[in-house]
Design a protein. Structure first.
Length: 366
């Protein structure tokens, strides 16, 4: 393990990675405004806690109950019904500046615009959220709870090697985002996280939004230590993997036969397209490779078993391709350079391992 860490340090120096800054773990008032609005919609029926929720969430939900007829809640309900769910609402918030104005400081990504059904829809929602925050004086509510929330984050900050995770991702993929952000969301559930990417024109900014575990009725509870590091690799990893694979959209579509055998398992996890499945599949293989460098040896076996049990049957195969990538960085300076080779290997796998029925359905459903 020590030898691996020494090799990593040398690798970071050779690649000239950035001098890592301390990772800021915070609760965002803008994200909490969104969470409070969503708590008044049917979103919370599917993405709520297992019981009444932690005590802060209960207070937030009660605070916004008085405003359940506000336009912001109506818009949020309509968007949820149209599929603007899971990562899309938090990603939308990542494009906005601070309260009270919620200005658009990073232009909306094509992904968020397409999920919402148009930029004008997002703008209508943004103005309604800002209006609700002013009418309800939400900043005062949040300020009153902020010391409590800060205290709740102590366990997350202790032992979290955020800089090491940032540097590993930058070295592995071959470039560094302009910024990394880690937002804890005590009123989004249950466990896990969302990744989001925004652009400031000069480069990408990587966000991860970590949800509360969903079972606490006391203080909000979040992952910490190695569990948080493992989650960070996945959620920050979206800012590297998604745009790299998206650069070759036709290649992803041609791999639908690999998606067919697990499409129901993926649907249950809200991964509805071939492209989304491939993003998630590659990220899970990245986690496996990271485990070899950052965690104890037995961690990799647990990661592999967990992902395969959820339908990501290509995890080991893709990890083997990533091992080849790591061993041939002179040929592939960045992960983007490697993606065509990875698609070639997945094409070969599909030809050798999918049945005629899966191939037929794959092509029929394109």
């Amino acid at each position: 393990m020590l030898r691996r860490l020494i090799l990593l340090v040398i690798l970071f120096g050779l690649l000239g990675t950035h001098a890592a800054l301390a990772v800021s773990i915070r609760v965002s008032p803008e994200m909490e405004l969104l969470a409070g609005v969503l708590s008044q919609t049917t979103w919370i029926e599917n993405r709520g806690p297992s019981g009444p929720g932690n005590e802060y969430f209960q207070a937030l939900k009660n605070f916004f109950a008085e405003y359940k007829d506000h336009q912001a809640v109506a818009i949020a309900q309509n968007l949820s019904e149209k599929g603007f769910t899971y990562d899309a609402p938090p990603a939308f918030i990542c494009h906005l500046g601070p309260l009270p104005d919620l200005d658009v400081i990073y232009e909306y990504s094509d992904y968020v615009v397409s999920r919402a059904g148009g930029r004008e829809v997002l703008e209508e929602f943004r103005f309604a959220l800002a209006d609700l925050a002013r009418e309800a004086d939400f900043p005062s509510f949040f300020a009153a709870w902020q010391p409590y929330l800060e205290d709740s984050l102590k366990s997350c900050r202790q032992g979290f090697r955020g800089e090491l995770v940032e540097d590993w991702l930058s070295a592995f993929f071959g470039w560094t985002p302009a910024e990394f952000h880690l937002i804890m969301a005590p009123s989004m559930f249950p466990g896990g996280g969302y990744g989001a990417t925004v652009s400031d024109g000069a480069g990408d900014i990587a966000f991860q939004i970590i949800r509360e575990n969903g079972s606490s009725q006391g203080r909000p509870e979040f992952p910490s230590g190695m569990n948080l590091e493992h989650l960070a690799i996945h959620e920050w990893g979206h800012s590297f993997v998604n745009p790299s694979l998206a650069a070759y959209p036709n290649r992803a579509r041609s791999l639908r036969p690999l998606f067919v055998p697990v499409r129901e398992a993926m649907r249950a996890q809200a991964y509805l397209t071939v492209a989304t499945f491939l993003n998630e599949q590659v990220l899970r293989a990245v986690e496996l490779r990271a485990s070899q460098d950052l965690f104890q040896p037995e961690t990799g076996a647990r990661i592999l078993e967990s992902h395969e049990s959820r339908g990501f049957y290509l995890t080991n195969f893709v990890a083997e391709q990533l091992e080849y990538y790591q061993a041939n960085r002179t040929l592939y300076p960045t992960f983007r350079d490697f993606v065509p080779y990875l698609y070639d290997q997945l094409d070969l796998y599909a030809k050798d391992n999918t049945t005629w029925k899966e191939r037929f359905l794959g092509w029929f459903l394109r």
